[in-house]
Design a protein around this ligand. Sequence first.
Ligand code: SF4
Ligand code: FES
Length: 366
Amino acid sequence: MPAPAGLLAELTHRCPLACPYCSNPLVLEARAAELDTGTWMRVFSEAAALGVLQVHLSGGEPAARSDLEVLVGHCAGLGLYTNLITSGLGLTQARLQALADAGLDHVQLSIQAAEPASADRIAGRPGAHARKRQVAGWVTETGLPLTVNVVIHRANLARVATIVDQAIALGAGRLEVAHAQYHGWAEVNRQALLPTRAEALAAVRQVEALKRDLAGRITIDHVVPDHYARFPKACMGGWGRMVLTVTPAGRVLPCHAAETIPGLEIWSVTDHPLDRIWADAPAFNAFRGTAWMPEPCRSCDRRDVDFGGCRCQALAILGDARATDPACTRSPDHHRMQARAAGTDTPADIETPDSPPAYHYRTAAR
Ligand code: SF4
Ligand code: FES
């Protein structure tokens, strides 16, 4: 069995922001349940032995962990490439330097919009955007490569060009523009977030044009919205193929939303070594490869391209994680995905200071 290339380490669910598009679960893991430093170090050692090359340190906000520098140093000592996925809050210039000294390879900083008032409203935290700009400056001063990432939804997609300008101004070499995925908390806010078909397609065209025009100045990774695509994405690069996710409490998942799938037997790093989990955990074998697939996936020429799409999306929309992803135009249930999108074909609820969208903000894990 091929080794996973990457490990997403959700170090904590604690987070200073309250984003309505958060894809973390509805019920967050409390600080008291988090793995301790020694256990995370063991997990990273097991990951390196298994063949993992890249560790993505995420959350919540990974800087909420006071042992972040120690964990980065341990990964670097193992030869693992480390990517810090951060809101920026909780980092200081001294802490960034300490992380760089410990061997951190890359920083991925989220922003919510280019305009401070809008960005802070989406993040649910006054002053957050100004702090992120400051952190971006520290990252580039430290000499670490910077990627900016932004989640796109109906409140910010019409202004995506300003976000691209801002990423360039912040010194990012790469910008990830990802349309919101309606997992976890984001589903609670779907009506406030989901753009109309016309809005989404206009944004897709604009991002693709910017990607071409700005090639050489900034690399734009564009994650297009499932709701209006012809075929689904190979979620996680295929179930149990490339990536594993470890939750703050140590449960090991094939994707970050896998805990929503009823009956999936999920193993923990507190009970099993990582190589055993990767090879034998029932959750990883549930949708690995193509043998589990129903028609039309089973005989489809794209079954080794997208692996039947997203199991969690099939569950959320059809109530059946084994079904063909309804984002696929070949799915017999594609009309249910279309109906879901059509429910928002109303005039754009573009956020303004006078008419903020009716978000349900996240409350943080304790
Ligand atoms: Fe992918 Fe299945 Fe659709 Fe074929 S039928 S394109 S394998 S989701
Ligand atoms: Fe779980 Fe796509 S998010 S398979």
